[in-house]
Design a protein around this ligand. Structure first.
Ligand code: KG4
Ligand code: ZN
Length: 336
């Protein structure tokens, strides 16, 4: 079975072909991602209308490139999976209307996919040994969620952010330091040359009894520090980056391990753009090992952590809930 995935919820315009083998394992046949990040960098963040206009330019060429190896796509493709939310309404509509058009043309069903599940199911693209119960930490630009999965259909959100998401904290703090959008990758790169112990930034809600997160206080603490320093030299920026990353990672690891222990999960999954962060990946694995937990750690390849259409196709294989075309609508606020 081959699914064409389409993802346009925010910064990227992506199309992928993903195949499921008879044994159940998934294989990415093609993945094309056109990013609008350089455009958003010029404005210091996303202006929704600009994002959609840019994606409109990319959408058709991206799909064409993803399916160009298929002589007769209408014969090889079994279904079309598309992100219906959460995301920017104009951006989502571009992907969904494209999926509907192809569905009518090729007479193929559409599987609407929640972007957040896409981030979780990115783990299934490269791993076949994931067992339930599983705990997923979804860390993206807008979400920081701990999701307990007892099966593919039994899902419970244990906690989420009360204000800024982890990715948002990276991006906003980066902006304070004069770094361009999105700042997460730059902060993690600059942090390599910085001292992570130099600034003791707060670890918000680390010891709260629930599984929620909060990162806006961290941003305020960094702002205060930056104002105190006045002129930022590159060594100071590196130290602030390292100390910021340390604070975010420490909270994410502490609360994730705490809930993994409490619910006795067999698998721990990371997903979302922030899951590409090397320090987070290393420290999460180390914490599991140090605690001697019987939990296997899974994290998608770096290229599959940030937005892509392969993860949308992957989620569709497990959800398989097709819907008639007239019922499919976008939902910018969609949750689990
Ligand atoms: O999942 P994603 O690509 O898009 C959303 O669904 O939001 O996540 C984007 C977020 C941005 O905030 C970006 O700064 C962050 O992921 N990010 C990182 C890294 N790579 C991307 N944050 C920290 N370290 C990274 N290496
Ligand atoms: Zn995402």
């Amino acid at each position: 079975m081959i699914i064409l995935g389409i993802e346009t919820s925010c910064d990227e315009t992506s199309a992928s072909l993903v195949k499921q083998h008879p044994q159940g394992n998934l294989e990415i046949i093609s993945q094309v991602v056109a990013t609008s990040l350089s455009l958003h960098a010029t404005t210091g963040g996303i202006i929704p209308e600009n994002a959609a206009r840019e994606q409109l330019k990319y959408m058709i060429p991206v799909v064409q490139e993803a399916i160009h190896t298929l002589a007769k796509p209408e014969e090889s493709i079994d279904a079309i999976a598309v992100t219906v939310g959460p995301g920017l309404i104009g951006s989502l509509l571009i992907g969904v209307e494209t999926a509907k058009t192809l569905s009518l043309l090729w007479k193929k069903p559409i599987i609407p996919v929640n972007h957040l599940f896409g981030h979780i199911y990115a783990n299934w693209l490269t791993n076949t040994e994931i067992v339930f119960p599983a705990l997923a930490l979804v860390v993206s630009g807008n979400h920081t969620d701990l999701v307990l999965m007892k099966s593919h259909t039994s899902i419970r959100v244990l906690g989420s952010t009360r204000d800024d998401a982890a990715g948002e904290a990276f991006d906003k703090i980066g902006r304070l330091l004069g770094l361009s959008y999105p700042a997460g990758p730059t902060i993690s790169h600059l942090a390599l040359k910085g001292d992570s112990k130099l600034y003791q930034f707060p670890r918000p809600m680390m010891y709260s009894k629930d599984y929620d997160f909060s990162f806006s206080g961290l941003k305020t603490a960094v702002l205060r520090q930056v104002k105190e320093i006045k002129t930022l030299k590159s060594k100071t920026i590196a130290d602030i980056c390292a100390s910021t990353q340390e604070a975010i990672v420490e909270v994410l690891v502490y609360k994730t391990i705490k809930s993994a222990k409490k619910y006795g999960v067999k698998s721990l999954l990371l997903g979302g753009g922030v899951a590409a962060n090397e320090t987070l990946r290393v420290k999460m694995q180390r914490a599991l090992t140090d605690m001697h937990m019987d939990t296997t750690f899974f994290v998608p390849d770096r290229s599959l952590c940030t937005d892509n259409a392969s993860m949308i196709a992957a989620a569709a294989f497990f959800k398989k809930e097709t819907q008639p075309i007239e019922k499919i609508t976008v939902d910018p606020e969609l949750y689990y």
